[in-house]
Design a protein around this ligand. Structure first.
Ligand code: HEM
Length: 430
């Protein structure tokens, strides 16, 4: 059986070029060598719908995925099916819709507090806002108490940087240890909130996720102060580190496509007249905004490269891969592939508005696919739709050139915007 082709003739630039423009490097290699090729010794790119689908769907079979963001401490490792099912349910579409008011209020506050006139560095502001929205959704009135620890944890994670990428995960590098200790501090804070709610015998009445999970723990006889904190830390980190860059791309796209921003502003006006009353039915009226967000995530998927390890001999696209080798699949490459998206390089939200004209099944995967699919997809999309709606409704946005970076996530680094109030007439809400 054939092995994947190896670039030897220098046509594909070396590692330096990979570090400068990773998506460009991988697209060029795929155009030249086909859907499966060797990027570096024992590291293979798998592009194309069939190969990507196979790798993602067969994760846990022939392919292994890296460990999650954090490893759980030993005492919290035992899984409880009923609590896990509830954890997934709290992030499902219907549940997010019922509690969308919390998220809409957060998005409206973001728009309210945006500095008008001058230039603003957008990413930190957006990341704080979406993290706060997710924290309120998860922890209700206790969110503020946890956000400080969450910010510190994310700041420390940012210091790990590319230097550490070649060090095996078990190496106790100082930056990693600082992150681990900070993660423990944040988990301890969540545990204190849990204990307090147990003490007053009120798991939370406002319908926050923590309350629901505590009730599920009580039914299962699981100690919530041990079971929940580390799992919720992971959710909070994902909520900032993934949704933050995505919100940056959404705001950049609003600036880039003023006609669309105007259409979204008109659509959003009646829906956002009272942000706290936004629910699933109101969200379903934001169809243009939803299409705009989908299209943004198509061209700018923050989780753009998904790594796997081959754990059993397997064939992909007619090539043989060996156990121990690494494989990468990329939503970015798939989303820009003209085989699956006509005029793939063009930003065109209209492509999502005709249900009969959607992409081939499996070709659109900003949230991954298979057993590791993102459980936070509905929460993330709802946050993004509401940020887009509130910002477009409130402002005409202009932006300066930015430098996309792909270390960790794909994000619009250096995004600076200028916002001018949009004239929507009196009493337009939001
Ligand atoms: C726009 C925002 C987001 C994007 C683009 C995104 C994307 C992804 C992708 C592509 C994966 C699959 C990774 C793989 O296959 O290796 C994933 C997994 C995951 N995501 Fe997200 N995500 C987002 C937001 C969120 C949010 C808000 C949460 C939590 C509330 C979350 C929690 C997770 C978790 C826990 C996993 C690991 C699932 C597992 O390993 O079983 N994500 N995400």
């Amino acid at each position: 059986m054939k092995r994947p082709p190896v670039p030897r003739d220098g046509v594909i630039p070396g590692v330096g070029a990979y570090e400068t423009d990773r998506p460009g490097f991988l697209m060029a290699g795929t155009a030249r060598f086909g859907d499966v090729w060797q990027v570096a010794p024992h590291v293979h790119m798998v592009a194309g719908l069939d190969g990507t689908r196979q790798v993602l769907r067969r994760t846990g079979q022939e392919f292994g995925a890296p460990r999650g963001t954090f490893t759980l401490p030993r005492r919290a490792r035992r899984e409880d099916e009923a609590v896990e099912a509830m954890r997934i349910r709290t992030l499902r579409h219907g549940r997010v819709g019922r509690n969308a008011g919390v998220l809409a209020v957060g998005a409206a506050e973001l728009a309210d507090s945006w500095p008008v006139g001058g230039e603003t560095e957008a990413l930190p502001r957006l990341a704080d806002a979406v993290a706060e929205m997710a924290a309120r959704y998860h922890f209700g009135p206790d969110a503020d108490e946890l956000l400080h620890a969450e910010r510190e944890l994310v700041r420390l994670r940012g210091t790990i940087g590319p230097r550490y990428v070649h060090l095996p995960g078990w190496v106790p590098a100082p930056a990693r240890l600082r992150v681990r200790h900070c993660q423990q501090r944040m988990a301890a804070r969540i545990a204190r909130v849990v204990d307090r709610r147990v003490e007053v015998a009120a798991f939370g009445t406002g319908g926050d996720v923590l309350g629901e999970l505590m009730r599920a723990c009580a039914r299962s006889g699981v100690n919530p102060a041990v079971y929940l904190p580390f799992r919720l830390v992971t959710a909070m980190v994902a909520a900032r580190e993934m949704v933050g860059p995505a919100a940056g791309w959404v705001v950049a796209a609003l600036a880039e496509h003023p006609r669309w921003a105007e259409r979204i502003a008109v659509e959003a006006a009646p829906v956002l007249a009272r942000p706290d009353a936004v629910d699933g039915a109101a969200l379903s009226r934001l169809m243009l905004t939803d299409a705009f967000v989908r299209e943004t995530l198509r061209l700018y998927p923050p989780n753009w490269l998904l790594p796997r390890t081959v754990v059993a001999p397997v064939q992909v696209g007619g090539y043989e891969l060996h156990p121990g080798e690494r494989v990468m699949v990329s939503p970015y490459l798939l989303h820009r592939d003209p085989r699956y998206f006509p005029e793939a390089a063009v930003f065109d939200p209209d492509r999502w508005l005709d249900p009969a004209a959607g992409p081939e099944k499996g070709a659109y995967l900003p949230y991954g696919a298979g057993p590791r699919t993102c459980p936070g997809a509905s929460l993330a999309t709802t946050e993004l739709v509401l940020v887009a709606a509130c910002m477009a409704h409130r402002y005409v946005i202009r932006r300066h050139p930015l430098t996309p970076t792909t270390w960790g996530t794909f994000r619009p680094t250096g995004l600076r915007v200028q916002c001018r109030p949009r004239d929507m007439g009196v009493g337009a809400g939001c």
